[in-house]
Design a protein around this ligand. Sequence first.
Ligand SMILES: *Cc1c(COP(=O)(O)O)cnc(C)c1O
Length: 337
Amino acid sequence: MILDLRSDTVTQPTAAMREAMAAAPVGDDVFGDDPTINALQERVAAMAGKEAALIASSGTQTNLLALLSHCQRGEEYLVGQEYHTYRYEAGGAAVLGGIVPQPFEVDADGTLDLAAVEKRIKPDDPHFPITRLLALENTHTGKVIPQTYMQQARTLVDKHGLQLHLDGARIFNAVIATGSSLKELCEPFDSVSICFSKGLGTPIGSVLAGDRDFIARAHRWRKMLGGGMRQAGIVAAAMDYALEHHVERLADDHANALALAEGLSQLEGLRVEPAQTNMVYVNFESAEQAKKVSEHLRKHDIVVGTAQRMRLVTHLGIPATAIEQIVAAFRNALAQN
Ligand SMILES: *Cc1c(COP(=O)(O)O)cnc(C)c1O
């Protein structure tokens, strides 16, 4: 068995998930005819406490739909330098929407300094882009963002008449870590994007939730981007299965990340950052050492990245019984490199 710790996106659909996909009633979703899609969208909208929801192929696409639906050409969104919606989506909002990003440094706890954000909200002046949206992220690099902070962000956007979007790719990890409901965590936001292809373990699929008018705009953008999928109920069936069977178990991933951090912190030559939800970051003494350890581990069927600050992610494919084996393999790899 290969233990792949690079990301929770490497999860394989389980046999039971594949069965649910095979059995799903489907229809043409571009006609609005897919019963499995329609049910899943309603279910997620209700869980998130929003009026409506829309399925898309990926989290990049649901985030893009959100930015395009909130902002017009020449309008601006406020965002973190390291947030996915700024750094990891190939500039889609600017390329496809003419939307101007205003990035901020991300603080160590994963938040943006709201006083700094407020200073950059542009007054109504023809020299400036029109500030329209603040885009946040939860979890960010595995860190759960405190809900009190999210409420402060809501107060700020209300003061200035802005919208608030959440990239909640891993929001269910925050649900499990905090014991809050999805609805509670989504409450301050006008829109929320949720990935099912990370810890929830589906092969593809994300959902965007928000009010009815917003989702109607996102629907048109999705069509324009070529994101209308026909008998996609087979994907929605996997997503529905994940809501039933793969949410509570995220607690196992969090426990495994803790155990992994604990085990690795005993090893010489490795600085381990505290585990956050399903992620552990370990720092090697040099980039070269990280690369050599990575190569050594791969020979023992353990797959990790090669960065000097290496991210290890626990998920469906990493059982609790494997943690000891992973720590032992790191110990051997470090001893030899
Ligand atoms: C993975 C991820 C996304 C979306 O990624 P896709 O691979 O396009 O589904 C968005 N935001 C964050 C924080 C992510 O980790």
